[in-house]
Design a protein around this ligand. Sequence first.
Ligand code: NAD
Length: 285
Amino acid sequence: MTLRGLAGRTAVVTGAAGGLGRATVERLVEEGVKVVAVDLDEAAAKEVASSAGGDVVGVGADVTTETGVDTYMRAALDAFGQVDLHHLNAGIAGSLADLVDVTVEEWEQVMAVNLRGPFLGVRAAFRHYLERGGVGSIVVTASIAGLRGSNDLLAYTTSKHGTVGLVHGAAVYGGPIGVRVNAVAPGIVPTPIFGEAGMADMRRRAGTSPLRRAGRPDEVAATVAFLLSDESSYVTGEVFSVDGGASVQNTNRRGGGAGLWDVSVTDEALLARHRAAAAEQETTR
Ligand code: NAD
């Protein structure tokens, strides 16, 4: 594998012990990149580092705190002296609760990991680039949920839309100093993010995308590596979908694929709840 501008560089990858993060660490190692594999789960981060081979250090850090971000940046500088590339990928899904049942606690937690984490990571990256001089490249993991809404995952969807704004703003900021900032927006890639039970559901839903299958972590990692590399030297502020075409199909047309959904399944619970409330009102009148 030889994507221009990767060999010999140093990268930070957050959420490195998860499905997508691990695949990116492995791909970057194949490209000759030195990697700092960061995860909340320190033991898992170290396991990824030792099994990936190459020049990889595993670091336990919480991306939601300034202390956590300082920890992984310091570890990177101690190990390799500088950081050229940042893949800000750690994320959580939150619950599938109805909009009216989403708690403030869940909202805050999802925003902290999925939006404050990337903000702190982007800020630390720029502070480092400005101190050190030279160019850099940042890729944030957004999602198809950063481009489209659904009737669940409200906090997740909002946080991922937020990452798109972060990428747009940071790309404009970084352009004059040669720092590129992009996002990768995966569709459905079965990983532990939705738990074991969610895997089958993810595969089933992915079957309605134009490519009629779920993605693989290495397919997302290949795009991340491309966006981090000099092969994408004129690309910045871009949100690059890796979703089997899911985000471009017209879901209101039978031929669009999502006509395979039976919407009555999703509507039934909401309509029943609404009707029950109306009936309750009626009896108390
Ligand atoms: P995953 O659950 O396998 O991995 C996420 C990793 O992030 C875990 O190892 C977890 O320990 C780590 N993490 C969570 N909170 C953290 C914190 N506070 N600090 C540091 N690390 C933390 O999930 P994944 O599918 O690999 O997801 C990676 C990214 O891809 C996420 O941002 C997710 O939203 C996004 N994404 C995934 C899919 C998909 O279908 N898998 C689709 C779209 C977007």
